[in-house]
Design a binder for this molecule. Sequence first.
Ligand SMILES: Cc1cc2nc3c(=O)[nH]c(=O)nc-3n(C[C@H](O)[C@H](O)[C@H](O)COP(=O)(O)O)c2cc1C
Length: 205
Amino acid sequence: MAIQIVAIQGTVRPGNFTAKALALVADELRKHDDVGVELIDPSTLNLPFPGMDGEGQGAKLLQEKVSVATGVILSTPEYHGSFSSVLKLVIENLGFPSILAGKPVALLGVAAGQIGAIKALEQLRSVCSHVGAIVLPGPVSVAGVQQLFDEQGRCLDQATEERIRGVATKLLDYIKGYICPRVALEEMVRQRLSRREAELCSANG
Ligand SMILES: Cc1cc2nc3c(=O)[nH]c(=O)nc-3n(C[C@H](O)[C@H](O)[C@H](O)COP(=O)(O)O)c2cc1C
């Protein structure tokens, strides 16, 4: 798969709405044949707090998945005027220096309240920038999220659904516009250098 996206669910609350919003982003990504999507639910990872005995298999798995990702989507609920502690724990388990450094990261926040997840997203952006991630502009904040999805996870408002799906589009546009050309250019330069080396070797006998 040419492009690999890791989408991280920022809460483990049963029946959470963050996962419902993130599922739309994953669905949008999966429309592209050249894109692989890995959804990460931290409740399956048993992540340790920093400094607790030995990183478990969960932390290793998380690090492996994120390190091979072309881009990352971080989703969070707004909890007490910030992003969730679970998502902070995920970030803390991504190493110091962080595996997120240099990776394009798109942000999605949802909140029950009417001002949305703006505070959560601002703080999350700050932390992600601090660890060196390329945080894409235009994070998507969803207000009143509990009225916007039904039990089956269907979004009841088309405009909101389009905004949420836009998280996927923006990330893919950035990767295809900036990351893929850079990788292709590096590959081209490497090939030219090895051809030049081969020519020099044969010229020198
Ligand atoms: C511990 C906790 C703190 C919360 N704090 C806020 C808050 O500051 N602002 C807000 O709009 N909603 C707050 N909520 C409600 C969440 O935004 C709401 O549960 C929403 O559905 C998104 O979270 P979810 O993904 O867990 O469903 C809080 C919920 C919990 C469990």
